[in-house]
Ligand binder design. Structure first.
Ligand SMILES: [Cu+2]
Length: 588
């Protein structure tokens, strides 16, 4: 696959000329190589991202990473494949090899020369280099692949604009749960800017219907919800009721503070498959379904800092959503065989999280919508008011979905590890989120964010540190209690693994399913006990050996220091052999 040789600037200029001459510019779905990132039209149809499917056990993709300044002067980013598809969905099966060549095509003005080291074509080491606004890399969020060079390392891999395309190449593990994952950049200090600018895409491990039969035969709809800077930052809120608009207050980072009212100016706008739904009018995008058809909605919250709490309304009545997978893992996969579907009236998806749920469309003529409810992010959190995302329109003539899951899936024999909650933890650790103003004398100085192991001194993440914050033995399972000692929500995420939520604020929960992101409630400022989650962490998979990160997935917090490193050490080879022979390898 070759990249188009037309320079981006020339293609963009041609497009601008097209606008002037009233020629139709290419839409996102029809964008061709050479075009830069294209947002959808407000109120327009929600396009399905292009599907790139593996064949004969392989998927080879080349993605160009591009940027441009939008009409507000904000830098927008996107991935474009050789055929001009923007942020395509990568579809692979367990056992497939994914080879992804990433070419950093950020503008020449952002190029960095005289690099101390640079990441390049396969065969070279991932030796780091300058972490700048122009450097990038990829994280394959949720995949159980090694945290190593050319696979899923984010600590040393930096792709510079002057570098040759960087090759990622790895095998999708046979035991990777089938579901929705995603790819996004992960350069410390610059992750928020790139993801907020639009740098993200879906990755689907096929076969969800072979594990969770509730998904069999359903038409699929991939919905990637991103946040972005406000299109109309100076507009006054539209009065929707008799309540006065709440006062707009900003935090030290300039984000609009949570009002707790569910109304007011949001911290960020949202888009749905790049169709913006902008404050203050929130003109919803359009989803067209056949009347009363059941679909599998595969929803990714690719926002940098915005929480989603999704619900589907018919008129104003909440509809039940049939959750079949969270964070890529079918809800019946962790020994939860009696519960293939979890019915919910609304689904909270923190930044980085995914939810896959069955939706039965409205009957012909019934007004319906997809809405995100307000999320109270705490006194120091950002404002996430209630707002519509899409109007659901029914039409008997709606074109069939481009992808439908097999109706009669073969039942695959999968080797499942012992359910996490049946494994005794080797130890318990306590970690905590906290924040402080950089200048204690000035509460408006930038916030420093910490994610600290209890007993250690809170320190912002240092990319140059060579000592891990936590060391674990591969094969172990541990319990981690994660406290929130700040007055805003945080969203815990760890690479290379899924965990199980055991307790919420000290109270046991009945959640036999796995996650890779979890929201941690905010502290009210005076309670003697901090809010917390207790998680059972899984370090059994041999692929996990290496050094990788855990962090808050509100990317402003991650970039601001709320991240730590963990080194998983290989077990003694003799001990591994002995365990395998006694069948104890996965059930320790
Ligand atoms: Cu956070």
């Amino acid at each position: 696959m070759r990249f188009d040789r037309i320079p981006r600037c020339r293609a963009f200029a041609l497009c601008l000329i097209g606008v002037v001459l009233a020629l139709p510019c290419r839409s996102f779905a029809g964008a061709k190589s050479g075009d830069v990132c294209f947002p959808g039209a407000p109120g327009g149809a929600v396009p399905e991202p292009a599907d790139l499917r593996s064949r004969n056990g392989e998927l080879e993709v080349e993605l160009a990473f591009r940027s441009f300044a939008d009409s507000q002067g904000q830098t927008r980013y996107c991935y474009v494949d050789g055929a001009g598809n923007q942020s395509p969905t990568l579809r692979v099966k367990p056992g497939d090899r994914l080879t992804l060549k990433l070419r950093n095509e950020l503008p020449a003005s952002e190029r960095v020369h005289n690099m101390a080291g640079h990441a390049g074509a396969k065969g070279e080491d991932c030796t780091g280099g300058p972490m700048t606004a122009a450097s990038t890399n990829l994280h394959f969020h949720g995949l159980l692949i090694p945290p190593t060079c050319h696979q899923d390392d984010v600590l040393r891999t930096l792709v510079q604009p002057s570098a040759s395309p960087f090759e990622y190449s790895f095998e999708i593990p046979q035991d990777q749960p089938p579901g929705l994952y995603w790819y996004h950049p992960h350069v410390h200090g610059f992750t928020k800017a790139q993801v907020l600018g639009g740098a993200s895409g879906a990755l689907i491990v096929e076969g969800i219907e072979t594990v969770n039969h509730e998904a069999s035969g359903l038409a699929e709809r991939v919905l990637v919800i991103r946040d972005q800077e406000l299109v109309n930052p100076d507009a006054a809120p539209v009065q929707t009721d008799s309540m006065p608009a709440p006062q707009v207050l900003r935090d030290a980072e300039g984000d609009i503070l949570n009002t707790g009212t569910g109304t007011g100016k949001p911290a960020k706008d949202l888009s749905i498959n790049f169709v913006p739904v902008a404050y203050p009018q929130y003109q919803p995008a359009t989803i067209t379904m056949k009347p009363a058809e059941k679909e599998l909605w595969r929803v990714l919250n690719a926002s940098a800092i915005t929480y989603l709490d999704l619900q589907v309304l018919f008129k104003s009545r909440q509809q039940m959503l049939g959750v079949v997978a969270l964070d890529g893992v079918p809800v019946n996969q962790n020994g939860n065989r009696d519960q293939p579907i979890v019915w919910k009236r609304h689904v909270l998806i923190p930044p980085g999280g995914r939810a896959e749920f069955a939706v039965i469309g409205p009957k012909q003529g019934v007004p319906a919508s997809l809405v995100t409810r307000t999320v109270d992010s705490g006194p120091a959190g950002e404002n996430d008011p209630t707002r519509p995302l899409a109007t659901i329109v029914t039409s008997a003539d709606a074109p069939p979905r481009s992808s439908r899951l097999p109706a009669s899936p073969a039942i695959l024999a999968r080797a499942h590890a012992t359910p996490l909650n049946q494994v005794a933890p080797a130890r318990v650790r306590r970690l905590y989120f906290s924040e402080k103003a950089r200048d204690p004398q000035n509460p408006n100085s930038p916030t420093v964010f910490f994610l600290t192991v209890e007993g250690k001194t809170p320190t912002a993440f240092d990319p140059n540190s060579t000592e891990p914050d936590i060391t674990v033995k591969q094969g172990d399972v541990e319990d981690w209690i994660i406290e929130n000692r700040s007055q805003e929500l945080h969203d815990f995420h760890i690479h290379q693994s899924h965990f199980q939520l055991l307790e919420w604020n000290g109270v046991p929960v009945d959640e036999p399913y796995l996650r890779d992101t979890v929201n941690v409630a905010y502290w009210d400022g005076h309670s003697p006990v901090y809010p917390s989650v207790k998680l059972r962490m899984d370090f059994r998979d041999p692929n996990i050996v290496g050094t990788f990160v855990y962090h808050c997935h509100l990317l402003e917090h991650e970039d601001g220091g709320m991240m730590g490193t963990i080194r998983v050490e290989a077990r003694d080879v003799n001990a591994q052999t002995a365990e395998k022979s006694t069948g104890n390898h996965a059930s320790r």
